[in-house]
Design a binder for this molecule. Structure first.
Ligand code: GNR
Ligand code: NI
Length: 167
């Protein structure tokens, strides 16, 4: 396994629309494994392939404390969603800054696993929020896109400040 570099805002590659995965081969399995390693090391609870400069419809998530519930979603599609909730979100492409975002409270998603097998997932809470955040990355959308211009500019200034601090 290998740790991958995570693209950071405002890298234009974060705006790409990811292409569907067609080859369920060893390279895809390796990419998914490397993304999980990169996510756990960050540490984060989700990672989209777009963030590691691989614009394919692939994401990984694990919201467990023990890091023992990895999920890999290939070619995910939102089938249904209900309700709404506000959650404080962060993003590995915006290190050190957080903002409240309104999401659907419950989602039903269809996806394939790394071997191409189709499955459906119904979930709520943090996992539902995280899956929506990652699916946004696959269409070039990031959480700050939901903020008002004022909140966005305050957050981006804070991001710059964090970066100076991090050296
Ligand atoms: O690690 C992450 N935490 C998080 C917290 C609340 C809502 C969404 C997330 S996803 C984020 C990792 C990331 O940037 N995934 O794209
Ligand atoms: Ni993110």
């Amino acid at each position: 396994m290998a740790k991958l570099d995570i693209l950071e805002f405002p890298d234009p590659r974060l705006r790409l629309n990811a292409l569907p995965v067609e080859a369920f081969d060893a390279a895809l399995k390796k990419l998914a494994d490397d993304m999980l390693e990169t996510m756990y090391a960050a540490p984060g609870i989700g990672l989209a392939a777009t963030q590691v400069n691989a614009p394919k419809r692939l994401l990984v998530v694990d919201v467990s404390e023990a890091h023992d519930a990895p999920l890999v979603l290939v070619n995910p599609e939102l089938l249904d969603s209900r309700g709404s909730e506000v959650c404080q979100e962060g993003c590995l492409s915006f290190p050190g800054v957080f903002a409240d975002v309104q999401r659907k409270e419950w989602v039903r998603v269809k996806a394939q696993d790394v071997s191409g097998k189709l499955f459906e997932l119904e979930t709520d809470g943090l996992l539902a929020v995280c899956i929506q955040h990652e699916m946004d990355h696959l269409v070039g959308k990031v959480f700050v896109d939901y903020l008002s211009p004022l909140k966005r500019s305050l957050l981006l200034r804070k991001l710059e400040k964090q970066r100076r601090k991090a050296g």
